[in-house]
Design a protein around this ligand. Structure first.
Ligand code: NAI
Length: 246
């Protein structure tokens, strides 16, 4: 389905990003597995993809740094000739109640989640505009749609990603580039392992399907949006959340 396509997945050494990278590679894309510090884990993702007959390479970059981001995308375009699919997946949380949230924790989350996504889109858009094709998929969160106690910074960053997705989709639509967001609900990963048991029970009450999602639920949605099957879909936020946001 994605044979010959070059895909970049940010923050792909574990969790949802890892699963997205594996699924894109399974469909034939050559995947750049971005990581910030976990070189070994990123190499493991690459090895797993290669063992399954796919193509992948691990490339380090702190995507929240505009200078590093610029070099990262420029080097990939130089080495591979293009980027067909960009998945802005890297993200962090620094939770606290609004009164206790430090300015630093607020800005760190905005910088990684929202500005990092902006830098990526900015760096690939010129090349995609020239090519008149491309797929950009931003990983938002149901928290960006519904809000959540203790996550003002994270909710703001993810709501920002939704606005960024829609504005960019409008700008790029006439040139054959689609830009969509996937908003995961509560997915089993390292990020959600950190959630306390009492919080987990409370969250479960808010999930109509009464269960957590798997990383593959997000990955398969990304594969669909990256594929030709989704060629007439742009500017959308697809919630993959067991019915949380409705
Ligand atoms: P995770 O914490 O397991 O993975 C995030 C990855 O991003 C890590 O590998 C981390 O090293 C990387 N990363 C962080 N900052 C980076 C930077 N500056 N440069 C490059 N890489 C960086 O989290 P998970 O759960 O896999 O989340 C992936 C995405 O899905 C995130 O954007 C997250 O906000 C979003 N999400 C996750 C949900 C969940 O339930 N797990 C729910 C809703 C959204």
């Amino acid at each position: 389905m994605l044979n010959g396509k070059i895909a970049v997945v940010t923050g792909a050494s574990r969790g949802i990003g890892r699963s997205i990278a594996a699924s894109l590679a399974r469909e034939g894309a050559e995947v750049i597995v971005n990581y910030i510090s976990s070189e070994q884990k990123a190499n493991e993702v690459v090895q797993t993809i290669k063992a399954a007959g796919g193509k992948a390479a691990a490339v380090q970059c702190n995507i929240s740094d505009p200078v590093q981001s610029k070099d990262f995308y420029a080097n990939i375009i130089k080495d591979y000739g293009t980027i067909d699919i960009l998945v802005n997946n890297a993200g962090i949380t620094k939770d606290n109640l609004i009164m206790k949230m430090t300015e630093e924790d607020f800005m760190d989350v905005i910088q990684t989640n929202l500005a990092g996504t902006f830098y990526g889109i900015k760096q690939v858009s010129r090349m995609m505009l020239k090519k008149r094709s491309g797929r950009i998929i931003n990983i938002a969160s149901v928290v960006g749609v519904l809000g959540n106690i203790g996550q003002a910074n994270y909710a703001a960053s993810k709501a920002g990603i939704i606005g960024l997705t829609k504005a960019t989709a409008k700008e790029l639509a006439s040139r054959g580039i689609t830009v969509n967001a996937v908003a995961p609900g509560f997915i089993e990963t390292d990020m959600t392992d950190a959630v306390s048991e009492s919080m987990r029970e409370k969250l479960m009450e808010d999930i109509p399907m009464r269960k957590l999602g798997g990383t593959e639920d997000i990955a398969e949605t990304v594969v669909f949006l990256a594929s030709d099957k989704a060629k007439y879909i742009t500017g959308q936020v697809i919630c993959v959340d067991g019915g949380m946001a409705m």
